[in-house]
Design a protein around this ligand. Structure first.
Ligand SMILES: [Zn+2]
Length: 270
């Protein structure tokens, strides 16, 4: 049983501010690296306890070099660095039994801690008309490869998002969002224990049902201003819906996922 872990940072217990998760200039960043790595290690321990034969961790935050390789549990392999073709889901393939999302945050416009969708240039994102954040986008990509997301960890808003789209998911709440920049957090040690136990429960499930990835798949992104949208619309085959909204239809979900990330990267670069 191969287990895949995508690890972000904003949803880790104790983290509430950009300064804590930004590599450059973040005075508290080194501490956040330790908090993130400890939650990932708790997930690895849970997976191994539950019978995983191999665990792959993809560092999925920012420049994707947050987990110090020497501090990762030796029972797992680490994918780090960027850019990566599949970004937050690099390394996923049909051979994984399940996937887990650790340290995830809620989608743009929701009341979660540091809620956003890939970038603060994104106001709202939809896949085939359904609003999604990073959780939904990445869970659909797991589904495209036939892999079920069985556990997510983050705040209660992220947990609500997960329960809406992932039947039977273990949603581990490590902090209660008070607002965008404030949270009532579990002590990190307790958060890690809940993640480990959650993994053991999640992997003891009798059956897994991956999300059905749509084909064709349309991503529609409303940006924060027309200049961002104009830059995004440079992507071939994308279309303007209005001054701030750009849409792209892919023959399959993988193409739409790549397009969404490309649209956002172009918008960010403007
Ligand atoms: Zn992040």
């Amino acid at each position: 049983m191969r287990v895949y872990i995508s690890a972000d940072m904003e949803g880790v217990a104790g983290i509430t501010a950009w300064e804590q998760v930004e590599t450059i200039g973040g005075v508290e960043y080194a501490r956040s690296q330790r908090l993130m790595t400890a939650e990932v290690n708790a997930a690895i321990r849970g997976a191994l306890e539950a019978g995983a034969t191999s665990v792959t961790v993809n560092d999925a935050h920012g420049r994707m070099r947050n987990i110090p390789p020497e501090d990762l549990h030796p029972g797992a392999q680490l994918i780090s660095g960027a850019p990566k073709k599949l970004g937050m889901m690099e390394g996923i393939d049909r051979g994984f039994a399940v996937a887990c999302f650790i340290g995830y945050h809620a989608r743009a416009g929701s009341p979660g801690v540091l809620a956003h969708t890939y970038s603060d240039v994104v106001h709202r994102l939809e896949v085939n008309g359904q609003e999604m954040g990073e959780l939904g986008l990445n869970a659909l990509l797991a589904g495209y490869f036939g892999v079920t997301v069985v556990l997510v960890s983050g705040d209660q808003v992220l947990a609500g998002e997960a329960r809406q789209i992932l039947e039977g998911v273990e949603a581990v709440i490590v902090k209660e969002a008070v607002n965008f920049h404030a949270a009532r957090s579990l002590p990190p040690r307790l958060a890690r224990e809940k993640i480990r136990q959650g993994l053991v429960r999640a992997l003891s499930r009798k059956s897994f049902q991956p999300l059905a990835a749509p084909a064709p798949a349309t991503v529609t992104i409303k940006f924060n201003d027309p200049a961002r949208a104009a830059a995004a619309a440079i992507l071939p085959r994308s279309r303007f819906l209005d001054a701030v909204t750009v849409t792209y239809t892919g023959a399959d979900y993988l193409e739409a996922y790549q397009a969404a990330r490309s649209l956002i990267a172009l918008a960010k670069s403007s």
